[in-house]
Unconditional design. Structure first.
Length: 181
């Protein structure tokens, strides 16, 4: 069983709660990936979606408008910090680079456990434009695409075909793709 303390330290959870108070809050631009997630949802014929690290939940709003059942999980928001339930598809966009390095293996295992059919992941490979309250960059893990893909494979995921529906301005410095458990 994976415990919350295995996924995020109490001190970092507090830091994330502070970051979520910023008016530019995390997750405000999650709907940027909505069309791509819809393609993945159709490809894997999903009925349920879990937005892992949802922030304020813009992606969930966009997907619910298309008829999908979406649950949100974010340990930095008290109302979304309850242990998440399984879903056919887990989305995790611009989240994994924020994970404490010593917790990454556990977080990937947690996502793999929760995803029944697939996970859609977007991982930034560059420094963030935001700083944490302690002065460190908000992206705690800054690694190239190849490193991230190796971590996903080591976690037991299979890398699947990439989506074909992509945002108009696709970020070049990120790992983006679909993995299956």
């Amino acid at each position: 069983m994976i415990r919350m303390v295995d996924l995020i330290s109490p001190a970092y959870a507090k830091s994330q709660r502070i970051m979520h108070r910023d008016p530019r809050g995390y997750g405000k631009e999650g709907d940027y990936w909505a069309a791509t997630v819809l393609e993945v949802a159709q490809r894997y014929q999903v009925g349920s979606i879990l937005d892992y690290g949802s922030g304020v939940g813009a992606l969930g709003v966009a997907l619910r408008a298309k008829g999908y059942a979406v649950r949100e999980y974010d340990p930095g928001l008290k109302l979304k910090a309850a242990p998440p339930l399984f879903a056919d598809l887990v989305t995790c966009t611009d989240v994994l680079e924020h994970v404490e390095p010593d917790k990454l293996v556990n977080v990937l295992a947690h996502i793999r456990l929760l995803a029944r059919r697939a996970a859609f992941l977007v991982i930034s490979c560059r420094p963030a434009g935001k700083m944490l309250p302690n002065g460190h960059n908000a992206h705690l893990i800054i690694q190239p695409k190849q490193w991230w893909e190796a971590q996903l494979v080591a976690a037991g995921f299979t890398v699947a075909a990439k989506p074909t529906v992509l945002p108009e301005k696709m970020p070049s410095r990120c790992w983006m793709g679909v993995v299956t458990p």
